[in-house]
Each structure stands twice: as C-alpha cells, then as structure tokens.
Design a protein around this ligand. Structure first.
Ligand code: AVJ
Length: 325
C-alpha cells in the first residue's frame, strides 16, 4: 500500500518536472527569438538561483531585504492587531519564509500558513524549519508559479485570509501584470481578507544601481545563473564569460532593469536550436519597478483594492502597504 502511494507521488512529481521543463524550453525559445530578447525573471529561481538570491540579500548594497525586515519587525504588532482569530496567512513567493516569522511571532492567532513558491527545494527547506519552530501551525505549502491559477486547500476555505507579498516582488510585474495579479489575489483570498505588500520606493539612481550591481558580483552571478540553468536543463552551450551583467535605471518606467549583454557576435545553442547574438545585443532578464505612495495606491485602486494603511522605513526608503477589498 505505502509503496504504491509513494510511487504515485513520485510519478506525479516526475510528470510535473517534465511539464515544467517543457514550459521552460518553450519560454527560452520564445525569449531568444524575440526582438528585443526578453525572458521572465521567474526562471532565475531554481535551487542555485534561490540560494544566490539569499546571498544577494546579505550584500551591503542590496538594501531592500534588510530594510523591509526591520520595518516589518517594528510594525509587526500593528499588523497583527488587524489579523482575525483563525486567520490563514497566504504568502506569494515565500522563498526561505524568513520575514514570515515576524508575522507568525507577532500574531499567534494565525491558524494556518500557505507558502507558495516556484522553487520546490526552497519551499521544502522552509517548511521543514517552520514545522520544527511552529508545531501548532497548520502548514499547507503550494509548489508552483503564484501567477498561475491556484486554489487553497478546502480545510482553510472558510477562514479569513491574510495575503502576504513582501520583498517588492510585485515590482517584477509590468503595471498591467501587477493589476492582473492583484485581481487574482482577491479571487484567491476571498472577500474577508487583507493583503500586506512590501514595495520598494523610487530613490536616488546611484543607490538603486549599486543594489543591482553589487561589488562582490553576486547579482551578476544570479543574473548569469539564468544562462547556466539553460545549459544545465536545456542542453545549452552559453559561455557565461561572453556576457556582461548590466543593471540600469529606466526613468521612463521608474524601474531598474537587468540585462545580459553579449560581448561579441556569437551563435548559442539552447533547447536544440541555434540563436544569434550581435555584439552588444541584450537579453532583458528583469524589471524591478519602484513606487511612490501615489503610484502604488493608483495601481491598487485600479485592481479594486483600497489602501487601508501604509508604513515607510527611513532611508533607503521601503514601503509596506495594507490593502483591503
Ligand atoms: C526578489 C524580485 C524583489 O527585484 O529586487 C534582486 C530580485 N534582482 N537583485 C528585486 C533581484 C536582482 C528582487 N525581487
């Protein structure tokens, strides 16, 4: 009995892996065929990329994580005061779930936690640690893309939901994608809910550029891991030294951009096909939009949410917003 259950589970996870790999292959082919070349930043986060992101978070230049963490620490009690008994915390892109602990510690009335993350490895590690530290918390992890259609376990269906989307991950979306995400988050969380979102704030260009191009080169490695991942998983032959990591501020869209710029004219094979790069041609790998209170509120309003409250850190500024339907 037990072994057939195990087998069924293994087969299912194999099937999920093949499907994931096909989607990755199709998206890489589309990305490298497009002009300009551009790919979703979600593909940064395999096990290696998730670890590299954790390493970025402790570089001196990457202020968002530590700034948001200390802001959350100082406002956790205020947030907790608005969380109902038996609330279900649903986190979009939970990674290592480090910031989550600040809320779980401040709000013991939280009954269940649903971490959602695209990296199954990062999720498994986080759940293992949480199980040990919060033995009474119901844990219901979801491995997958949080922009896909999701449903919550029926066990928590009737309980009030607290959405949690820290880290300025919302900045990765184009404005229209952010609106779509906010609408689908409402759909998932239901009418008895609140949504806590961390978002980075527009500031001096030099601070922003340094945050996305740290002196130790961790962000460069993170960016190039996309190419390494194509080599590992899709039989690619990218020479990582033939590309430059470029981080630049785009003032027209209030966003940081990351690019991988080809140093030379070259042909690269990936997913079974050849792709040409001209010297200086870029593969656009990420947008990180930065917000003001006004721009964030306008975004939330256009997705049917109202801004209930906001908190701002000291410089370098980072914001946490509480939205209600
Ligand atoms: C995890 C998406 C919030 O955009 O700042 C860090 C990812 N990219 N350094 C960000 C990232 C380059 C990060 N987010």
């Amino acid at each position: 009995m037990f072994s057939s259950v195990r087998l069924a589970r293994d087969l299912r996870s194999d099937a999920v892996e093949v499907a994931d790999n096909r989607e990755f292959a199709a998206d890489v082919i589309a990305a490298l065929s497009a002009r300009p070349k551009s790919i979703s930043p979600k593909y940064f986060y395999d096990a290696v990329g998730s670890d590299l992101f954790e390493a970025i978070c402790v570089t001196p230049e990457y202020y968002p994580t530590r700034t948001e963490t200390s802001l959350l620490r100082s406002i956790a009690a205020e947030i907790a005061a608005g969380i109902p008994d038996g609330g279900v915390l649903v986190e979009f892109g939970s990674g290592a779930s480090d910031k989550t602990r600040l809320l779980l510690d401040a709000a013991p009335q939280i009954a269940a936690y649903v971490p959602i993350d695209i990296s199954a490895d990062a999720l498994a590690k986080a759940v293992e640690r949480l199980t040990a530290d919060y033995p009474h918390l119901l844990l219901a992890p979801l491995a997958g893309d949080f922009t896909a259609e999701l449903s919550l376990p029926t066990a928590v269906a009737q309980l009030p939901k607290i959405g949690f989307f820290p880290g300025s991950t919302i900045g990765n979306f184009l404005p229209e994608q952010a609106v779509e995400f906010l609408r689908s988050a409402y759909h998932l969380l239901g009418s008895d809910c609140m949504l806590i979102i961390g978002a980075d704030v527009v500031k001096d260009e030099a601070i922003l550029v340094a945050a996305y191009d740290d002196a130790q080169g961790v962000t460069a490695q993170f960016n190039k891991n996309l190419l390494a991942r194509i080599n590992r998983e899709l039989g690619g032959d990218f020479d990582l030294d033939a590309f430059d990591h470029v981080a630049r501020w785009n003032p027209a869209f209030n966003r940081m951009e990351m690019h991988l710029v080809s140093r030379v004219g070259q042909i690269v094979n990936a997913a079974g096909l050849p792709f040409t790069f001209k010297a200086g041609e870029s593969l656009h790998t990420e947008n990180s939009h930065k917000f003001t209170r006004e721009s964030f509120e306008a975004l939330a309003n256009s997705a049917g949410w109202r801004l209930e409250r906001q908190w701002l850190s000291g410089a370098p500024e980072f914001a946490v917003f509480c939205l209600k339907p």
